[in-house]
Design a protein around this ligand. Structure first.
Ligand code: FES
Ligand code: FES
Length: 169
């Protein structure tokens, strides 16, 4: 079936199977391999992406359900101005663990900060509860998310300069 998908701010027109999962379309059709597949059944959080500002396990939803929604993957966190604050804090706090769990951790944390810019430690731990790591730990990740929440909000870009007639110059 034809599917129009907005991913990381770009619109894509795709031919997908009606049963295609979002994770497959992201990884295989769009090459967004930052989205990881661990358990394939909603347990590990490695496949977490953000759909309309909410964290979603991309292994559990069909791509067809994303029609008209905005999907953000870890590849879309950074922009032309550089890394997202959360990514910078993960680096500064030594919270970048393996490449398998980190993308999902970042996306769950990002969804939390979108909903609650200044979460409590309990809220941070709750938001990360669905992202499993059995080999390292969570202390530095929680510290990084807290640090990101304490950063000053990024200044909005100045409005474009306009001439006396109100047109952009
Ligand atoms: S791969 Fe989706 S939750 Fe584990
Ligand atoms: S699963 Fe990534 S460091 Fe444990």
């Amino acid at each position: 079936m034809r599917l129009s998908l907005i991913v990381n701010g770009m619109e894509h027109e795709l031919d997908v199977r009606p049963t295609a999962r979002l994770i497959d379309v992201l990884r295989l059709d769009l090459g967004l391999t930052g989205v990881k597949e661990g358990c394939s059944e909603g347990e590990c959080g490695a496949c977490t992406v953000i759909v309309d500002d909410k964290a979603v396990n991309s292994c559990l939803v069909l791509a067809g359900q994303m029609r008209g929604k905005k999907v953000l993957t870890v590849e879309g966190l950074a922009d032309d101005d550089g890394l997202d604050t959360l990514q910078r804090m993960f680096i500064e706090h030594g919270a970048v663990q393996c490449g398998f769990c980190t993308p999902g951790m970042l996306m769950s944390a990002k969804a939390l900060l979108l909903a609650d810019p200044h979460p409590s430690e309990e809220a941070i731990r709750l938001a990360l509860a669905g992202n499993l790591c059995r080999c390292t730990g969570y202390a530095t990740i929680v510290a990084a998310v807290r640090a990101a929440s304490e950063q000053p909000a990024e200044a909005a870009p100045p409005p474009p300069a306009t001439g006396r007639d109100g047109k952009a110059v």
